[in-house]
Ligand binder design. Structure first.
Ligand SMILES: [Ca+2]
Ligand SMILES: [Ca+2]
Length: 355
């Protein structure tokens, strides 16, 4: 009897937290494009990868406002790929067009037993902290956000290993589960954790878990509430920690996306408006928001980490900020005053090594 009452109370607490949670997916429009476009490298709609001034959804871009192209064929990436924890919704890894390298837990095969004794039975493909089960994909409706985040990371860094740490179901989730998902990602070896979500309230436990894991870089979306993070905060992007990098969204003209968080406390900008994403081979659409901007920075951070495993989160953040492409339109909008430029960061790293 007492147990039932407790369950009811807990459920109410969860529902309240659901409303406090904000998932950063706005302006999702479906049905755009012909659906016949080839891979992103040659799809002119994918301005984030190659912007030569083409019009995308009615907006003419400025040549060079993009993150690439990035040539990863030069052998600078180490054989052991970096793991990026996607703390988000689940991931549709089976239909993924990017042939995601999902981080598999070989120590816990699907046999109904918790072979690796981490208190999560059969967490072979990751874990769903929302339902407390090992099924990381339920359906597209509830798991599309994590799916496209994972896909965009893999588009930039095809060798990346994606670790699915689900705590969101659709647009709802509990910060307590986010903390558990982060702990799990760290325990499974993630050195970069993508946080494309925010909570308006400063949560001590969330702060502590990020601070404690100082060797892990947390890439945090600056939020889609159009707030100046120098005056107001959203979390985890607003935590003043060396291992947090916060990311604003910008369009193909290096202008901050209308809904994006901004301010000097935001570290840099990345493409985040009218971004062509692929949910499956047949399902392409456009999204806007800082969620996808964070995904690009997570991929860039993982590439740098792969090139030099000894880099600390603060060093990676400094490389990304220093290597960014500077634009007047971004000067007052983010600390770096520029947008993500992976090649720029790699060149600085190379020069630091004396190469
Ligand atoms: Ca286990
Ligand atoms: Ca097992």
């Amino acid at each position: 009897m007492m147990g039932k009452k407790y369950s009811v109370r807990r459920r109410i607490r969860l529902l309240m937290l659901f409303f406090a949670a904000t998932v950063l997916t706005v302006s999702v429009q479906t049905g755009c494009g012909s659906g016949k476009s080839p891979v992103h490298g040659t799809d002119p709609q994918c301005w984030a990868f190659h912007n030569y001034g083409q019009r995308v959804r009615g907006v003419s871009g400025i040549k060079g406002v993009d993150i690439g192209p990035v040539d990863l064929s030069g052998g600078s990436l180490k054989a052991t790929p970096v793991t990026v924890g996607v703390v988000d919704t689940g991931i549709d890894y089976k239909r993924s067009p990017e042939a995601l390298n999902l981080r598999i837990n070989n120590r816990d095969p699907i046999d109904g037993k918790d072979n690796d004794k981490n208190h999560l039975t059969d967490d072979r493909y990751g874990w769903d902290f929302y339902h407390n089960r090992n099924t990381i994909f339920q359906d597209q409706l509830h798991d599309y956000h994590g799916t496209y985040i994972a896909n965009e990371i893999a588009k930039v860094y095809p060798g990346v290993q994606i670790l699915s740490c689900k705590f969101l179901q659709g647009t709802t989730g509990d910060v307590r589960d986010a903390v558990k998902a982060i702990r799990y990602a760290v325990s499974r070896g993630a050195s970069v954790i993508n946080c494309s979500w925010s909570f308006d309230e400063e949560d001590r436990e969330l702060y502590n878990v990020i601070k404690k894991n100082k060797n892990v870089l947390f890439v945090c979306a600056a939020g889609n509430s159009r707030i100046d993070l120098d005056r107001e905060k959203t979390f985890p992007a607003g935590f003043d920690l060396d291992n947090v990098i916060s990311v604003a969204a910008m369009n193909n003209r290096a202008e901050i996306y209308d809904c994006s968080g901004y301010g000097h406390r935001v570290h840099l900008a990345a493409p985040g408006e009218n971004i062509r994403i692929t949910l499956s081979a047949k399902d392409k659409t456009f999204v806007s928001g800082t969620s996808v901007s964070a995904a690009y920075v997570s991929a860039a951070a993982a590439i740098l980490k792969s090139c030099d495993k000894g880099l600390s989160p603060a060093e990676i953040r400094a490389l990304l900020m220093e290597g960014s492409k500077k634009y007047d339109s971004l000067t007052t909008k983010c600390g770096a005053g520029g947008c993500l430029n992976i090649r720029g960061a790699l060149e600085i790293l190379k020069s630091q090594r004396g190469g």
